[in-house]
Every structure is written in C-alpha cells, then in structure tokens.
Design a protein around this ligand. Structure first.
Ligand SMILES: [Cu+2]
Length: 336
C-alpha cells in the first residue's frame, strides 16, 4: 500500500497543474494512478485506495502541521521555557482512541471487499487456468475448449531490432475470451513452478501453484481488451507471459465459442502440427519441417498432446504431417 500511496494524489496534482500550465495531452502519457476499474469489485478496490490515501494525507497534514506549529510558536527565542510534565491521561486516551477508530474505519470496507473477492459461489462459467514456463493454458471446462496463450510480440522488437509496438510484451496469440456481465470463475493451477494471474482492471489476482487449485472470479461490466502479466517471478521468461482478456457481448462470445469448437473438432486445423512444421513467423518458434522426418514430427506432436494432461492415445500420424506440408494439398489436388 505504502509504495503507491502518493500516486493518485500526485496524478491529480499534475492534472490540476497541467490545466493551468500545460495542455492535458502532454500529461496524458504520464498518468499516475491505478488503471480504470471495469468491474464493481475493481471499483471498490480503486475507491478504497483513494480513500486510504486521503486519510493518510489528512493525518500527515494534521500531525506535522501541529508539530511544526508548536515548534515555531513555542520556540526558545520567543522566550518560552520547556515544560516538565510527564503523564497526561487525557492526551494519551485521545491519541489511542482516534487512531483505533481510523483503523476500524479502514479495516471494515477492506474486509468487506476481500470477502467479496473470495466469494466464488454461483458462477456463470468456469475456466481452468494453468500457468507454464512461460505461457498460459485456458480450459473452458463445460465447453471442451482448451488452448494455449503465448506471447505474440515479435522477437525483433524484444531484441531491439524493430520499433516496439503499442502493446509491447502485453499481446498474445490467443486471448481469453469471456462474455460481458457474467461471473467468470477461474480455477488456477500450474504445471511447473508458481505463477500468478493478474488483471488489474478486473481486480483479479491469484497465485497459480503446482499441485493446488486456487479460485478467483471477475465480472466485467464493459466490453474491451484488458491486459495483465504473470506476477510471480517464475524463471527467465517471467516477463514474457502476459495475460490478455477479451470481454465481448454474449452473441460474439457464442460465435467465438462455436468457431473454437469447430476448429478443435476438425482435424484439418491441426494447429500444433502446423506450428512444429512451419514455426511461427516473427515469434521465437522455430520451423522443424525441413529438419525432422515426418515420423519424428508426429512423435513430438503426439508426446506434446499426451503430456499436457492425463489423457493418452491422442496420436499424430506421419501421413497427417506429410499432408500438412506446404504444397502437399496442391499436389494431392493435381494427382486427382
Ligand atoms: Cu509465470
């Protein structure tokens, strides 16, 4: 709490100054505040953060004001002598009771919000989120849709060989898609080390721990794309596993889900085989099509598929790999 304590005030002060001195647009890039809340819970967190900061400011002004005034008013050069009293019951009661009341006043809304954050009952949908070094897996439990979400920022930007994009290190290939206004419960776990799933605008932050299932929830009131990052130091690419949540209307969500289901059911998509074969241009995914035999690629893909969970028998065949190679479809058509 302390570290960010002055941020909103500083932001407001700068905003006020900017109104008189410099145009707002100049300061727009230097906003010092929490991100704009997009859910009732996030708004509670935001408001409480502001309230506690104002309380801190008021205490600071009153305590230091009284101190500096007393020092100045009763200074030795003005002829004042030091007092020699020790106990003063009235003063001691006052400086115990007032801070106690202030603490209760802050603890009450804080406890209420924390309890609301922990209440994952009656969700509209549940998504299992698994952290891996260094990507996230999203599993829509009831719908049978499951996919990996990995960093989409090109290597060239990371290695300073290209200009950084607007969403540098905060962009992924497959964002989590959820409907607006629905209570989404997330079940969090990890496959290797501890990660942590965090979306500031939606006030959801929970550690993902191997061997444990932790839960959290969020309910976005607005559509939009909200971004977060892994917030538990998890290894060398900790900074390269962002989280992107796309909140869409129910109709858009239904359409997305249907297309995802279709993609998963149709063997022609075979995303993993294609990624191993062709790599992912611009990202750090190498192409193995020219280096490994079809049988080796099929074996690697089969291993990947079966090691993700406890299912076995999800096979990939060398013939299938051959059919996915560039030019294979055209050759097949020409042979017909
Ligand atoms: Cu991580």
């Amino acid at each position: 709490m302390k570290r960010g304590a002055l941020r909103p005030l500083l932001g407001k002060t700068l905003a006020a100054l900017s109104g008189t001195m410099i145009s707002g647009a100049v300061w727009a890039g230097y906003q010092l505040n929490l991100r704009e809340p997009q859910s009732a819970l996030a708004r509670d967190v935001y408001n409480m953060h502001t309230l506690v900061n104002l309380v801190c400011l008021a205490i600071f002004v009153v305590v230091f004001g009284a101190m500096f005034f007393s020092i100045w008013k009763h200074r030795k050069s003005a002829g004042h002598q030091a007092e020699h009293f020790h106990e003063n019951t009235t003063v001691e009661v006052i400086w115990t009771v007032i801070p106690f009341l202030i603490l209760i006043g802050m603890a009450y809304p804080a406890t209420r919000t924390v309890l609301a954050m922990k209440d994952t009952s009656n969700p509209d949908m549940t998504i299992k989120v698994t952290g891996y070094q260094w990507k996230w897996e999203y599993d829509y439990l009831k719908d049978g849709v499951k996919f990996m979400s990995t960093l989409a920022t090109p290597r060239a930007q990371i290695e300073n060989r290209a200009d950084k994009g607007a969403e540098y290190l905060l962009e992924v290939d497959n964002p989590l898609v959820v409907p607006v206004g629905k209570k989404v419960r997330v079940l969090l776990t990890a496959g290797d080390v501890i990660h942590s799933w965090w979306i500031p605008e939606l006030a959801v932050k929970q550690d993902a721990i191997p061997g444990f299932i932790r839960d959290a929830w969020f309910k976005s009131e607005t559509t939009g794309t909200f971004r977060g990052q892994c917030v538990e130091l998890c290894g060398k690419d900790h900074a390269f596993m962002p989280i992107v949540v796309k909140v869409v209307s129910q109709a858009e969500y239904d359409a997305w889900l249907a297309s995802r289901k279709q993609g998963a059911a149709s063997p022609s998509s075979a995303p993993l085989s294609r990624a191993v074969l062709n790599g992912r241009p611009g990202a750090a995914v190498a192409a193995f099509g020219g280096q490994l035999s079809d049988a080796d690629i099929a074996a690697a893909v089969a291993f990947q598929r079966n090691s993700r969970d406890n299912k076995v028998g999800d096979m990939a065949q060398p013939e299938r790999v051959a059919s996915l190679k560039p030019g294979a479809e055209a050759a097949a058509r020409a042979a017909r």
